[in-house]
Design a protein around this ligand. Sequence first.
Ligand SMILES: Cc1cc2nc3c(=O)[nH]c(=O)nc-3n(C[C@H](O)[C@H](O)[C@H](O)COP(=O)(O)OP(=O)(O)OC[C@H]3O[C@@H](n4cnc5c(N)ncnc54)[C@H](O)[C@@H]3O)c2cc1C
Ligand SMILES: NC(=O)C1=CN([C@@H]2O[C@H](COP(=O)(O)OP(=O)(O)OC[C@H]3O[C@@H](n4cnc5c(N)ncnc54)[C@H](OP(=O)(O)O)[C@@H]3O)[C@@H](O)[C@H]2O)C=CC1
Ligand SMILES: O=C(O)C(=O)Cc1c[nH]c2ccccc12
Length: 409
Amino acid sequence: MLERIEGKHAHDPLFDKIMNKSPRFVSVPGPVIVGAGPSGLAVAACLRQKGVLSMVLERFSCIASLWQLKTYDRLRLHLPKQFCELPLMGFPGEFPTYPTRQQFIHYLESYAQKFEIGPRFNETVTHAEYDKVTGFWRVKTVGKKTEETVYRCRWLVVATGENAEAVVPEIDGMGEFGGDIKHTSFYKGGEEFKGKKVLVVGCGNSGMEVCLDLCDHSAKPSLVVRHTLHVLPREMLGKSTFGMSMWLLKWLPLRLVDRFLLAVSRLTLGDTARLGLDRPELGPLELKNLSGKTPVLDVGTLAKIKSGDIKICPGIKKLKRHTVEFIEGKTENFDAIILATGYKSNERDMFSEIDGFPTKPFPNGWKGECGLYAVGFTKRGILGASVDAKRIAEDIERCRNEEAVENVD
Ligand SMILES: Cc1cc2nc3c(=O)[nH]c(=O)nc-3n(C[C@H](O)[C@H](O)[C@H](O)COP(=O)(O)OP(=O)(O)OC[C@H]3O[C@@H](n4cnc5c(N)ncnc54)[C@H](O)[C@@H]3O)c2cc1C
Ligand SMILES: NC(=O)C1=CN([C@@H]2O[C@H](COP(=O)(O)OP(=O)(O)OC[C@H]3O[C@@H](n4cnc5c(N)ncnc54)[C@H](OP(=O)(O)O)[C@@H]3O)[C@@H](O)[C@H]2O)C=CC1
Ligand SMILES: O=C(O)C(=O)Cc1c[nH]c2ccccc12
């Protein structure tokens, strides 16, 4: 009788609660990897190459959810393809220097297929704790229908990304504003904004490119710039700015490379401060190293600011039904607001009561205590994640071999 009722009410959370149904337990012989983005896939592939099978847990129903679900249509990699490859498999030769979003997604799908990575989808990791007595991690997930599973594993690799959650600032009067307000993670393209006045808040790479996209769709964008920022051309002297920087850093100190980058940017882009974009005191690479703040790589937005197609505005003071009041006291009407205010990571929520999650910066940040690892948290994009992934796979393999020897002894 109970079986019949259970069948009928399968996945009914209320029923589970009434029946006091306990979570499912799964024992995983290899490492558990949380997140099926580029970082998680890279670790799983490196492990598989060493003959270590892992289990990848992903909260959405696809791999690379950031790229598939939360990015805009016109997005391309900003860095040349050789700096965005995952370990063990390069991009197809026919891909352009800056692959499109679709091409990058296709590459990741092929990567997962090649290394036979089949993540468990719709499993959100909510909690992870280390059991000192048994020497195993307990990783709790919640499924689509709130069903709970506890995975037990010896190694835990956190690959949930630096962009796991959208940062949505609280702006005075936000509830009162009559137009659409959306974060860039929900922005696909500018069609719906044709002829509309749109205020883009935040001038990182997303905000800058969304403004350009809005221009291309005959919308009228304004951009809120409340602090200083570095804008560099995506390419200088016929080479990618990123590639050029990496090459120069082999020979010159960072500050000299920064001076070079700023001199060439001044020649090609002009004085950005005259457009309302003041530069920080620190150079672009020094700032990136110290704070993680990525310089904006210009793909055409600056020309639209120069031509007046994109207006620069100061910080917002408050919103009213149709208007935005800026900190200087000026007000202006807008039809919609796009929050290009960035992202934050979520991994700390899982480890609320536990020590051992790596806090040290690169190059040691990838390894924690008790078989815990972190991949993709060094603010060095896909290239940084690939470096982490290789180290983690090597470390896990070494641990396994050591344990195997100990067991024989
Ligand atoms: C618009 C945009 C463009 C970018 N372009 C570049 C670029 O050109 N070059 C570059 O090097 N970097 C770029 N980056 C940086 C970006 O961080 C990397 O591209 C890359 O996606 C990072 O991979 P990741 O796997 O670490 O994180 P993500 O791609 O964010 O993947 C993390 C995965 O973990 C899953 N997850 C999160 N929390 C949980 C949980 N609790 N339980 C289960 N699963 C979970 C997520 O759903 C996601 O699928 C860009 C970032 C953005 C936002
Ligand atoms: N093609 C590509 O490769 C692309 C790469 N990216 C990458 O994705 C990551 C995320 O980029 P992005 O989404 O631009 O996020 P970022 O974190 O880089 O930028 C967020 C911006 O929002 C501003 N901001 C935050 N809160 C407020 C507020 N309350 N009022 C006004 N301004 C605010 C910040 O300015 P402040 O300094 O004032 O805090 C900053 O300029 C980055 O690593 C970026 O390089 C993004 C787009 C394209
Ligand atoms: O897009 C990003 O944020 C990246 O992390 C890529 C990246 C890493 N280091 C940089 C230095 C300059 C420009 C982009 C990057």
